[in-house]
Write a protein that binds this ligand. Structure first.
Ligand SMILES: [Zn+2]
Length: 343
């Protein structure tokens, strides 16, 4: 891959390309923006541009050096991320760590990085460090990194990648050149989904998933079609419930109470749904369940904003009760419906 493959981020890509073309790449960058929109991909592309012998300051994306950057095995490109994230991504096993894998980037990791950066590059003209989830650096780690940002080793480029840059010290942020990554356009996400789908994904479903993904390709890729279909059924079943028909809600409580996970998932669907209904009540059109716009309008006309808010509160209560007390799922769901409709 190369910077050309970072889609839908013209602002950030232009800034990087312009720095590369001028051969004036700042020693510290902060790639900021939501999860799953291409920040890390851009970090890889920048690293390739800086180590590629075939197309210096561009990156060919295919030579041995570029390929090793992509596989995280280039000796001059160092990756830093929380241990827990390494485990979640399958880059390390739980047993690789003596203690529970940390969610923080710890000072030891920054010291190790600094030791590495103190040496000359082994193969390439530059050394690159990619700090994934840089905001996970704890205070000690951030203070340690500050020294490197203030007195950068020669030919070194650090890239801090973060979806929560507010958690970084202002002194760190101010020493970095910022590249802003925004949510991806829905049309781009839909076409990427279709391009990557192993089975056939029809246009309507691809557009629906794109609408629900808040501009994050990673989130879009994590949706599963079966869960989407279930979501629709759950919402429709809820909206068919009537205050004068207790057997209806008891049956739905029974259906959702099959196991705890089903109940929790259904309650999450309801929570988001009530949010959509509230949005449609004030004339908004950015619904998460964009395919159920009509139903949201109908539902919004049937229930007052105050009652809707109360229902949302009841969903949270039921969810907390089920999660915390680990049992009585059906009872909690029945209670929730009774209070929604009978009280
Ligand atoms: Zn190359």
């Amino acid at each position: 891959m190369s910077l050309r493959d970072v889609l839908g981020q013209p602002r950030a890509v232009d800034a990087l390309r312009s720095a590369l073309e001028k051969r004036q790449v700042h020693h510290a960058w902060l790639f900021m923006g939501p999860e799953g929109v291409g920040k890390e991909l851009a970090g890889v592309a920048l690293a390739q541009a800086l180590v590629c012998p075939e197309q210096p300051f561009e990156g060919c994306g295919v030579c041995a050096a570029c390929a090793r950057v992509g596989k995280r095995s280039h000796p001059d490109v160092t990756w830093v991320m929380p241990e827990a994230e390494q485990v979640e991504r399958g880059l390390a096993g739980r047993s690789d760590f003596t203690n529970t894998p940390s969610r923080d980037i710890r000072i030891e990791q920054i010291r190790k990085l600094q030791e590495r950066l103190a040496f000359r590059a082994l193969e390439a003209p530059h050394k690159v460090a990619l700090l994934v989830s840089a905001h996970a650096m704890n205070a000690n780690a951030q203070n340690a990194l500050l020294k490197t940002l203030e007195e950068p080793p020669r030919d070194t480029v650090l890239v801090l990648i973060s979806s929560a840059p507010d958690k970084l010290l202002p002194t760190i942020r101010s020493r970095c050149t910022r590249a802003h990554f925004g949510p991806l356009p829905e049309a781009l996400i839909a076409s990427e989904l279709k391009a990557r789908a192993k089975k056939d994904l029809d246009d309507a479903l691809a557009a629906q998933v794109a609408a629900m993904s808040s501009g994050s390709l990673a989130r879009a890729l994590s949706f599963n079609p079966a869960a989407l279909a279930r979501r629709r059924e759950q919402i429709e079943a809820f909206e068919q419930l009537r205050a004068d028909d207790a057997s209806g809600w008891l049956a739905l409580a029974e259906a959702w109470a099959g196991d705890r996970e089903t109940a929790e998932a259904a309650l999450e669907v309801l929570r988001v749904w009530f949010h959509d209904v509230a949005v449609s009540q004030v004339g908004g059109d950015r619904l998460v369940n964009a395919d159920l716009r009509e139903l949201a309008l109908e539902a919004g006309a049937r229930v007052s904003p105050a009652r809707l808010q109360r229902r949302a509160g009841l969903v949270d209560e039921a969810k907390n009760a089920i999660t915390a007390r680990n049992g009585q799922v059906r009872l909690q769901l029945e209670r929730m419906f009774v209070e929604m409709f009978a009280a």
